[in-house]
Design a protein around this ligand. Sequence first.
Ligand SMILES: C[S@@+](CC[C@H](N)C(=O)[O-])C[C@H]1O[C@@H](n2cnc3c(N)ncnc32)[C@H](O)[C@@H]1O
Length: 408
Amino acid sequence: MNDDVAFGAVLDRVAELLHRHIGLRCESALYSRLRRAVRDEAAAHGVDVEGYLAMLTPGSPVMQRLQNRITVQETAFFRHPEQFETLARHILPTLRPPVRIWSAACSNGQEPYSLAMLLDESGVDGSVIATDLSTSAVQRAAEGRYSSRELTGLSPERIARYLTRTGQSWEVNRAISDRVTVFRHNLLDPIPERVKSCQVVFCRNVLIYFSPQHAKIFLDRLADAMQRRVWLFLSSTETIWQVSGRYEAVRINEGFVHRNREAGTPAAGPPARPPAMPENRRFTGRKVTARTPVPAAPPAPPRPPDHAEQAALAARVGQEALSAGDCGSAVVEFRKWAYLTPDDVMAHVHLGLALEAAGERSSARRAYSVARQVLVTVDPAHVEGAMEGFAVDELARFLHGKNQECEK
Ligand SMILES: C[S@@+](CC[C@H](N)C(=O)[O-])C[C@H]1O[C@@H](n2cnc3c(N)ncnc32)[C@H](O)[C@@H]1O
């Protein structure tokens, strides 16, 4: 076996381990990061890559280091601000205090501290449990110390009220940090006892990295474990309805919040049909806005649509949106398409085009890069038919040009 082939085989094994233990979907975009991480980590441990693979046992510090390195910690204070507004205006007033919130996959802590600030501003007695897989993220979250650059999302008023400058950084004040408890938790492990009484769960921008079967394991387990019906916030690019029928979607203003159908007991019958979302996102020219929570569509048909059907639907709805000039909705649908079929190069191409049309050039550049990476992994004989008239090398040139344009 030559060195490249042997290294490739080790990478495949490492990707498989990460997939099994932390749910990570090692699609092509992640492979280059994984390749670098495995090389560096093997060198840091003074072994070759096969020796390193042998050290990657579940729960070992070596495995944890790799997980810390490979997970993406991108976050911000009050990220997706409309969700915080929904929580403050429509949900907190309905909850009996003390309110308990779980920030599942809290990254470096900006999300749980934003939630604690919101509780404070709303005058609500409550606390936040923050967990993450990465021990370095957990440590940073527990410290609650941020650089000026990391304060993005905080208004000057909030900075003045909730943080104190200490040298080059800013520290979250005790009144806020005392409301937050942080510990390490892998979302694929059983739900921790401490979070089972929470009324609200923020689990945003993490399931997007999971394979659908792992997302389902987590979501079903959450529905089984919680002592009451919870309000579950995902990010707008994460859809629950392809993977778990245990929740209903509640539309509030222009977003969705999810609720487990019954606390702690599996829902009877087949998984439910997707809520009304796809129809609402088809462009009838009418903007759907609800001021109060509206129950989702009734439970449904015997067989949920499979991933390929859902991907095809998202592709079609996205294209309709784009032709109707609604780039934001097109982006949402194409993200769904790319999420469901990550190896479909055209999903990433369309996502890039929609992002570009929406003026999000750096995200568009990322989508084009993913498309290029997918393109080099596919067998041209299998995919040219699906590439809307492009030949592989033509599409590669097109994507290269697009990447450069978006860099300017
Ligand atoms: C992109 S950040 C999202 C942070 C925050 N929720 C937000 O929306 O801003 C994703 C986080 O998920 C964590 N993560 C990835 N896989 C996980 C797993 N299996 N269990 C728990 N956390 C995980 C990563 O360590 C990372 O901090």
